[in-house]
Design a protein around this ligand. Sequence first.
Ligand code: CP
Length: 303
Amino acid sequence: MSRDEIIAILTHASTMIPLATRAHTRGESRKPTGRILASLFFEDSTRTRLSFAIAATRRGVTTLDLTASGSSISKGESLTDTARTVEAMGVDALVVRTRASGGAALIANAVACPVINAGDGRHEHPTQGLLDALTLAQALGRDDFDLAGVNILIVGDIANSRVARSDIACLGALGASIVCVGPPGLVPHTLEPLGCIVAHDLDEHLENADAIIMLRVQSERHGQNQSTGIAGLGSLREYRSLYALTTDRAARLSSQTVIMHPGPMNRGVEIDAAVADGPASLITTQVARGIAVRMAVLDLVLG
Ligand code: CP
């Protein structure tokens, strides 16, 4: 999306924040619109799946939920046949998560209704990029969503991270400078054309950061040749010593630096519990802003 399109969604999402609360839902929940959103999650999710369902409820949209284990996917039905079948039932939009990169685009080419990408393999996770931008802009007081001059570190398994790709695209479009840090096997220089600087020494970059986005090591996406060690590092302990946001490293950050993580977290691996739960952490705010962003996205695609 262009910078203007991103800002339009974030501006609308900002207006959704007061409506994304429990108090609002109890009081004056939007009347049913008769619209139906089919949620097709072919890979596990906690945050994205539930927050789309909650966002839909708060916009008066009914959600139908399908997962790989409880559907005819387990009998060999393809993603596109599944999507066409669900569309034929008369749903208004699909929200899809796939294990395969490009899965959302494949489905979007196979159906006529709108398709929202809720994460496709290592490729993109657009609503995560948007909710990270909304959270960060608010925390830094950038009400116009202009992130010029903001230095962001993204740390961890960038090569396997759809969140990193969407964050680089979204935060970069808003003007932020982005440094991706991790071991060469997980943060190769081939990532630079995405619009980031690649670095391998976290300690060199800590003090200049306005925000740090920590990522999980996505072992489930590593090939068999990486089954021992982590992308050239000997062990998880070695990875942690070089790239974890420990309490010691967090103490070296500016008092203004904010800490983010898209989840799920591995506490004690890439981030210490005291840091994740500390005063600089925006992690639960990210989850809360996910509702407002997804409400705005539903408004965009469903009218
Ligand atoms: N951030 C994120 O996508 O989390 P889930 O996998 O739990 O949806």
